[in-house]
Write a protein that binds this ligand. Structure first.
Ligand SMILES: [Zn+2]
Length: 275
C-alpha cells in the first residue's frame, strides 16, 4: 500500500490559496468560504496550520458576515431555509444546528421541532433524504445523523438498519459510493464513515481497503486528492480524503470530530472555553 504524501498535499493547498485571481478561482468565487474551510481544516489535520496568516483569514471571514442570522431561517415545521429565498433542505438543518451549537446558542431555536423535521426525512431503508420522501443519500445521511447527534437525539435512528445501508456503500475497490449503483468517490469516505462512527457501526466496513482506495486517489507528484484514482485533484476531495483517513486513525493525523467535521481539539477548545 502507498503512503500519505502529506508534504505534497500541504504544498498543493497553499498553492491553491495563492491562486486567488486566476480564472478557476474567479469561477469558484461563490464557494470561496467552503474552499477556505476545506483548505484550512486539511492543513490543521496535517499539523500545518502555521503556514497561513490567521489574522488575514479572520479579517476576511468577518468581512463576509451578513446582518441576518440563522435563527430567523427556521420554519414553522422545524425545517430550515438556506437563505431568504426559502429553499428547504435537511442540509440547512445541519448547518444551522452545528453553527448554533458551536456558538452556544442552540436554545434560540425550537430544538424539538428541528429534531421532528429531520426524523420526518427518514426513509424505510433507514436512510435520510433532503426533504420528507426524498431518496436516501449518504451526504444527506451525514447531515441528518450529525444534526441529531449534536441535539442529543440519536435514539430516533434505527442504527442496525442504517448501518446496513451505509456499509453496503463499500464497493470492490474499497471505496464508498453515495447511493446504490453509483461509482465510489473519496468524498463519501467522509459522509459514510462519519455516519457509521456516530451510530457505532464503523466496524461493519473494511477499513484497510478504504485506506488503500483513498491513498490510490492521491497525486503523488504534485499533491492533492481526486474523487477516483487518476482523476484531477481538487481541494474538496483533498480535504475529505484526509478527513476520512483521520477517521480511519491513519498515523500522524489529528483526530477529527465526526459530527462537527472539525478537529477534535478545536471542538474541545470551543466548548471548554465556554464553560
Ligand atoms: Zn466526491
Amino acid at each position: 500500500m502507498g503512503e500519505l504524501t502529506a508534504e505534497k498535499h500541504v504544498k498543493y493547498i497553499i498553492s491553491v490559496e495563492k491562486r486567488k485571481d486566476d480564472l478557476q478561482s474567479v469561477m469558484m468565487e461563490h464557494i470561496r468560504m467552503n474552499g477556505a474551510y476545506w483548505g484550512l481544516t486539511t492543513l490543521d489535520i496535517l499539523g500545518k496550520l502555521d503556514t497561513v496568516d490567521i489574522n488575514e483569514v479572520v479579517s476576511w471571514v468577518l468581512k463576509c458576515q451578513h446582518e441576518s442570522d440563522i435563527v430567523g431561517l427556521q420554519n414553522e415545521d422545524g425545517s430550515f431555509s438556506g437563505d431568504i429565498w426559502g429553499e428547504v433542505d435537511s442540509r440547512f438543518s445541519y448547518i444551522a444546528v452545528s453553527c448554533l451549537s458551536l456558538l452556544n446558542q442552540l436554545e434560540k431555536i425550537n430544538v424539538e421541532k428541528a429534531v421532528n423535521y429531520i426524523v420526518s426525512c427518514k426513509n424505510m431503508d433507514g436512510g435520510f433524504g433532503c426533504t420528507p420522501g426524498g431518496e436516501s443519500h449518504s451526504g444527506q445521511i451525514f447531515c441528518c445523523v450529525g444534526a441529531l447527534a449534536i441535539m442529543g437525539s440519536l435514539h430516533h435512528i434505527d442504527k442496525d438498519l442504517l448501518g446496513w445501508w451505509l456499509c453496503e456503500r463499500q464497493v470492490k475497490s474499497g471505496g464508498l459510493n453515495g447511493r446504490p449503483e453509483k461509482l465510489p468517490d473519496v468524498c463519501y469516505s467522509w459522509w459514510v464513515l462519519s455516519s457509521l462512527i456516530m451510530i457505532g457501526r464503523v466496524h461493519w466496513i473494511n477499513k484497510e481497503k478504504l485506506i488503500k482506495f483513498i491513498l490510490d486517489c492521491q497525486d503523488t507528484e504534485n499533491g492533492g486528492i481526486s474523487d477516483r484514482p487518476d482523476d484531477a485533484v481538487d481541494v474538496y476531495h483533498t480535504y475529505f480524503g484526509i478527513a476520512g483517513l483521520s477517521l480511519l486513525e491513519y498515523p500522524g493525523l489529528k483526530a477529527i470530530d465526526p459530527a462537527y467535521a472539525l478537529p477534535v481539539d478545536v471542538v474541545n477548545r470551543i466548548f471548554l472555553g465556554k464553560k
